[in-house]
Design a protein. Structure first.
Length: 243
């Protein structure tokens, strides 16, 4: 849900099968910009995420080329093993075949994995986001930061993208509080709003104890169409607005 007037924009690096908070942020804006022309960071959420198994929380990681490419951007990062989609799909089948809604979503997820041929990590992530988002009731259009040809770093760049996108509100995750210069946005006529990820309700989940910080695939396969009921954006019209 977005504000009743104006245009809300979020600018975030792409993640692989992200957690429910990522989709909440998507749903809270009118345009979701993938900030992928910035440096790729290792051991981060760009190419991996967590899911649950009978043996506990497990990682699914897309292997990528990193040796000698320390300054490469996310949108320059390439997958390094063409067999990763089949391996990830096999892992999901093993971990979630007993989930209540696995068979319902099996056709779309199986095709999503086994028909993936793209080697650029950023494009892989976008493909997954655009397929999964509607399953959570999210229809926000996705674009790339590079589409806006804005220069600068941190606040300058984010502000420039917002202005180029015609935003009247910039919605950010809480981690950016340490560097974002909110007064610069306000001077440009753009409100800053901060997402809070507190207060998520638990949902029926395989393999207790309950864990919130796993891929949203876990939510989808456990509750199906009820997934939006367990997402904050369903109950919260707008994020907290900074003053």
């Amino acid at each position: 849900m977005t504000a009743s007037a104006g245009k809300a924009v979020a600018i975030v690096q792409s993640n692989y099968v992200p957690w429910k908070g990522y989709f909440d942020l998507m749903r809270s804006v009118d345009e979701f910009v993938l900030y992928d022309d910035v440096q790729y960071t290792r051991r981060d959420w760009r190419n991996r995420n967590r899911l649950k198994s009978a043996d506990g929380v497990r990682w699914l990681t897309i292997p990528v080329h990193v040796k000698g490419r320390y300054l490469q951007r996310i949108d320059e990062t390439l997958t390094s093993d063409p067999d990763w989609p089949a391996r990830h799909w096999s892992a999901l089948v093993g971990w979630y075949r007993r989930a209540p809604f696995f068979e319902r979503y099996r056709p779309v997820l199986e095709a999503l994995y086994l028909e993936t041929r793209e080697r650029h990590l950023s494009k892989v992530n976008r493909r997954f986001l655009e397929t999964l988002a509607p399953l959570f009731g999210v229809t926000t259009p996705i674009s790339y930061s590079i589409d806006y040809q804005c220069e600068g770093t941190k606040t300058d760049r984010l502000l420039g993208i917002c202005q180029a996108a015609g935003a009247t509100r910039y919605v950010s995750g809480p981690a950016a509080r340490v560097y974002l210069q909110e007064d610069r946005f306000r001077a440009a006529g753009i409100d800053v709003a901060w997402m809070s990820y507190d207060g998520y309700p638990e949902y029926p989940q395989l393999y207790p104890p309950f864990e919130h910080h796993v891929s949203a695939l876990d939510l989808l396969l456990n509750v199906g169409d009820e997934a939006p009921r367990y997402m904050l954006s369903r109950a919260r019209a707008t994020p907290e607005v900074a003053h």
